[in-house]
Design a protein around this ligand. Structure first.
Ligand SMILES: Nc1ncnc2c1ncn2[C@@H]1O[C@H](COP(=O)(O)OP(=O)(O)OP(=O)(O)O)[C@@H](O)[C@H]1O
Length: 642
């Protein structure tokens, strides 16, 4: 029995078995077959590892980290095949030796597989990681030419009330002014937008004093995130204590990264790249945790050498959907500071902050990257809803006792409900509203009475789209009884039972989400629209159209027949909710732990809530606890390269 198990299967049979088990995709199998054709005597181990390296991308990994003590977990997740030794015989040490001997593997990217520092990459992933690491290192090594003395006066003017403690926003501005890259991380409401607006004021003022004018571009990974930043940035720019000429030269329009780089129909290549760089001197990207390695490589390649890059985001949020955890890798040590003496001195001189006031930061021999990274630590918005902030902090610290206390202590903003056998309990919460927020009934009532004046339609639609964000149900999963697919079906059915929605695919009040980018329509994957009666046709009938809000705030009306990549969105995955905020967020958990339910996922769900958060548990509290105790680990070499 034992010897049978240890007899290696033929590589094709092993691949087939793993594909049949759902542990490899067709694409992964195709890659192994292609490599076998390239190199007839490729070993079983190399072909299997190639297929698994390809498959790792589906879990967000860039490579197989053969030195990872949890390698088995990385390769197989929670279901290591019983005959694993027959599928992939040997140990990581033996695999490394075989890989080193293989003509398909090199260290310099001259082969389809790359082995770099005990990490096995498909060449494309390795190249992207290298582009990102090199571009960041070059920017880190490029001093901005701005001295602490030059920064002092403007920083005092921009932060007049710094008080005695360390003003991390001011420090962030100083550090981001120092080299070709600045990274500002912080939880919701910590003032990332406020800080970056002041930073733009600072850098533009200094440039204009020098008779230059920075070409500034603002971007975010999704349309929704771009729209949200557009909404919040305008007022802040208007309030900047800088001369009008400086204020007027700071843009308030935020575009998506895809639009910034210039998508081309039917091509995955962008219009802007290393040989046709962006026309910009300063690029700010918000919600940077959503940027995957592929996009980061494209962005950095398209930046002209002199242009400064500022990344804003929350390092604790879910990593990007596609492979890589760039923001997490870049901010790995942000909480500790790790500032070198020269950095502390620069901050002391530019911010006028006594070194003693800087004691929150851990002084130490941090990397060059740490010297231009700042973490904002005070949640200014949570003054209105301190419960959300307390819960988010307790989740990040994986402190189950603090989590329980937060629910107890902030019982007016944090709710924990057990879903009972009453199967329509959840539907009622969403339709009638809960925790003091209106539900969908109010939206469905309002959509029945469009304004008579067609000029008012846009404003009406904008108001309803906003109303839709009062309350949002989130799930970490797509499938299963508490996955968004079934939740959306249940909601549709309930609305029909309540006579709020007719039994038709398209009806007034149906919220939909784009599931792919439609460049012709200018709508991006994740954009949410609301189906509404639009203008009257020649027969006096109102034709249904779907209203989307564009990043610049305008309303775009689209006929349902023009939309082929959309789905109903009464419930949304936590992944898709990134970049959005809702007054009341409800997170529903399945009745058993699931590999996709991680600490970052529930942190992201909780921090989507502006005012109140409701946890809906269909099983016992173990599901939530196990998610809190499961941080995401994505294999990548970016952090160690930097
Ligand atoms: N230093 C400060 N003092 C007082 N209020 C502040 C300060 N910084 C920011 N705020 C206020 O806190 C709120 C949140 O700030 P801001 O929008 O800049 O945070 P953010 O980190 O970009 O938030 P998010 O990404 O969650 O939207 C705003 O109302 C802002 O005016």
């Amino acid at each position: 029995m034992q010897s049978d198990m240890f007899t290696a299967l033929h590589w094709e049979d092993a691949l087939k078995q793993l594909r049949d088990n759902g542990q490899l995709r067709d694409l992964d199998v195709a890659i192994a077959r292609f490599l076998q054709q390239q190199c007839g005597d490729a070993s079983h181990t190399v072909l299997m590892l190639a297929a698994l390296a390809s498959n790792q991308q589906a879990s967000g990994h860039l490579c197989i980290d053969l030195a990872n003590p949890d390698l088995e977990q990385q390769l197989w997740g929670t279901s290591t095949p019983e005959n694993v030794q027959a599928l992939l015989p040997g140990t990581a040490k033996a695999w490394l030796e075989e890989l080193e001997q293989s003509p398909l593997v090199s260290q310099d990217g001259s082969t389809p597989l790359v082995l770099d520092n005990q990490r096995l990459y498909l060449k494309r992933n390795w190249s992207q990681e290298l582009i990102v690491a090199k571009a960041i290192a070059t920017r880190l090594a490029t001093p901005s030419g701005l001295s602490a003395q030059q920064l002092y006066g403007p920083l005092q003017a921009l932060f007049p009330d710094s008080g005695d403690g360390t003003n991390w926003q001011q420090v962030a501005c100083a550090l981001a002014s120092r080299s070709g890259i600045g990274i500002i991380t912080g939880g919701p409401g910590t003032g990332k937008t406020t800080t970056v607006v002041k930073l733009l004021g600072l850098l533009q003022s200094l440039a204009m004093e020098d008779n230059k004018r920075l070409r500034i571009r603002l971007a975010a990974p999704t349309g929704k995130a771009a729209a949200r930043l557009t909404e919040s940035i305008g007022d802040q720019v208007a309030a900047l204590p800088v001369p009008d000429s400086v204020r007027d030269s700071i843009p308030t329009e935020v575009t998506t990264l895809h639009r910034l780089l210039g998508t081309r129909p039917d091509s995955r290549h962008f219009r802007h790249h290393a040989h046709n760089p962006l026309h910009a001197d300063l690029v700010v990207v918000d919600e940077a945790s959503m940027i995957d390695m592929d996009m980061m490589a494209s962005l950095l390649s398209a930046l002209p050498a002199h242009a400064r890059l500022i990344l804003l985001g929350d390092k604790d949020q879910l990593a990007s959907v596609e492979a890589g955890a760039v923001m997490g890798d870049l901010c790995r040590h942000a909480a500790g500071g790790h500032y070198q003496d020269s950095t502390l001195e620069f901050v002391a001189q530019s911010c006028g902050a006594d070194i003693g006031h800087f004691s929150e930061a851990v002084k130490g021999p941090g990397t060059a990257l740490a010297q231009c990274t700042a973490m904002l630590r005070t949640n200014w918005r949570s003054k209105d809803s301190p419960g959300i902030g307390a819960l988010a902090t307790a989740i990040n610290e994986a402190n189950l006792a603090d989590i329980r206390n937060a629910f107890k202590h902030y019982a007016d903003s944090l709710y924990r409900r057990q879903l009972t056998s009453d199967t329509q309990q959840l539907e009622r919460l969403l339709v009638e509203g809960s925790a003091g927020h209106d539900g969908l009934r109010s939206v469905f009532t309002a959509v029945q009475t469009p304004p008579h004046d067609s000029h008012e339609l846009d404003r009406w639609a904008a108001g309803l789209l906003k109303q839709l964000t009062h309350q949002q149900l989130l799930s970490g999963l797509r499938s299963g009884p508490f996955g968004v697919e079934q939740l959306n079906q249940r909601m549709t059915h309930y609305l029909q039972q309540q006579d709020l929605a007719p039994e038709r695919e398209w009806y007034a009040g149906r919220p939909v989400m784009m599931t792919r980018n439609d460049y012709q329509l200018g709508l991006m994957n994740g954009d949410v629209g609301l189906t509404l009666p639009g203008t009257e046709n020649e027969h006096g009938q109102r034709v249904l159209r779907v209203a989307f809000q564009l990043p610049d705030g305008r309303i775009k009306w689209v006929l349902p027949s023009r939309l082929d990549g959309v789905e109903t969105v009464y419930a949304m995955t936590v992944h898709k909710s990134q970049g959005s905020e809702f007054r009341h967020t409800l997170l529903v958990l399945p009745d058993a732990p699931h590999p996709l339910l991680t600490r970052e996922l529930i942190y992201t769900a909780v921090t989507r809530a502006r005012e109140t958060f409701t946890l809906l548990e269909s099983g016992n509290s173990g599901v939530w606890d196990s998610a809190v105790n499961k941080p995401t680990r994505r294999a990548s070499g970016l952090a160690s390269r930097l």
